[in-house]
Design a binder for this molecule. Structure first.
Ligand code: AMP
Ligand code: TRP
Length: 334
């Protein structure tokens, strides 16, 4: 059975983009994979987080994942900082990673913006920590949204260079799993920008905690052009907002863009948005309710994370200990 690893930052309420690009696929993959899912609090602090917010958001993200159907007994769900293997292997990988590789990372450029001199050093080496997350488990499959493809490729470069430098075949090759018609959900206000937890405008995204009225309002206000839905894929060229809403609809009806256009081509966006709203409310309301149920009992969330961290450490510790031995570290454990 293939081992899967993936992570999500507890830096806010998960969005529809997180759900369709990652969380929903994570749940589905549990049927035939060994899955390790991680709330990546080490990654979150690469940008400032109020400590009390970080604790709350770590529990909220865990509750959302449980509500999306992650099974913490059959699989593993934990928070990154609770397993020291991640930080230990990351340090080794910081030494393997070349600055030139990091300079090419588009997410760093986006997040740093014009303020490059003033972002944390950790934001820069963020992708090397992500490589350590995956490779500490020898995981070979990584379900993520499209925006993480470059980071998974970098993880392979790091694994290969480690193997080459130390003359071993220790770290495996990793495949990104970028699944479905909504692997890159765009902002509702601007079809050229990714939907993100961190966008200052709440109108730009659907949050998994939004109620029916909020969802309806956001979809009604979502930017579109005045043309009706086209009849074929060609008609989507140069219409990023239309493509985005159609992709979301496709993901929830288990079809693709072409399938939606077959059924709804020629329809006006007013009518299509109503159908999309019904669908979103039907699919997201149960998740919001289940998230709330978990959050009413924070001790049960903490228990899930504690148990997950203990089981994760059992898997990662020997792999990272072997990497440390290969590097030439004398071990206190002999
Ligand atoms: P993050 O919120 O950056 O920690 O992302 C967690 C997961 O959600 C990653 O697999 C991302 O690729 C995915 N993701 C985040 N935003 C989007 C989006 N707008 N569309 C699709 N997937 C996304
Ligand atoms: N960098 C990922 C994101 O922002 C989150 C992440 C951290 C991750 N470690 C990972 C994803 C390991 C997959 C595998 O979306």
């Amino acid at each position: 059975m293939q081992r899967i690893f993936s992570g999500i930052q507890p830096s806010g309420i998960p969005t529809l983009g997180n759900y369709l690009g990652a969380m929903r696929n994570w749940a589905a993959l549990q049927a035939d994979h060994e899955c390790i899912y991680c709330v990546v609090d080490l990654h979150a602090i690469t940008q400032w987080q109020q400590p009390a917010d970080l604790m709350r958001q770590t529990r909220e993200m865990t509750a959302s994942l449980l509500a999306c159907g992650i099974d913490p007994k059959a699989h593993i769900l934990f928070n990154q900082s609770a397993v020291s293997a991640h930080a230990r292997l990351a340090w080794i990988f910081f030494s393997v990673t070349r600055l030139g590789w990091l300079n090419r990372m588009t997410q760093f450029k986006d997040k740093a913006g014009k303020d490059r001199e003033n972002v944390s050093a950790a934001l820069y080496v963020y992708p090397s920590l992500m490589a350590a997350d995956i490779l500490a488990y020898h995981a070979t499959r990584v379900p993520v949204g499209e925006d993480q493809r470059q980071h998974v490729e970098l993880a392979n470069d790091i694994a290969q260079k480690f193997n080459h430098d130390y003359g071993v075949e220790f770290f495996p090759h990793i495949e990104p799993l970028i699944l479905g018609p909504a692997a890159r959900v765009m902002s509702l206000r601007d079809g050229t920008k990714k939907m993100a937890k961190s966008d200052p405008s709440d109108q730009s995204r659907i949050n998994l905690s939004d109620d029916a009225d909020t969802i309806a309002l956001k979809i009604r206000r979502a930017k579109t052009d005045p043309e009706p839905l086209p009849d074929d894929m060609q008609g989507l060229e140069g219409r990023p907002e239309a493509r985005n809403l159609i992709g979301i609809y496709a993901a929830f009806t288990d079809t693709d863009h072409a399938g939606v256009l077959r059924d709804h081509g020629g329809e006006g966006f007013g009518k299509f948005k109503e159908a999309l709203t019904v669908l979103l409310v039907e699919k997201l309301a149960p998740i919001a309710a289940e998230t709330k149920r978990w959050l009413d009992d924070p001790a049960s969330i903490d228990a899930v994370l504690r148990d997950g961290a203990a089981r994760a450490a059992v898997l990662a510790d020997p792999i990272v200990a072997e990497a440390e031995r290969l590097v030439g570290f004398l071990s206190a454990r002999g």
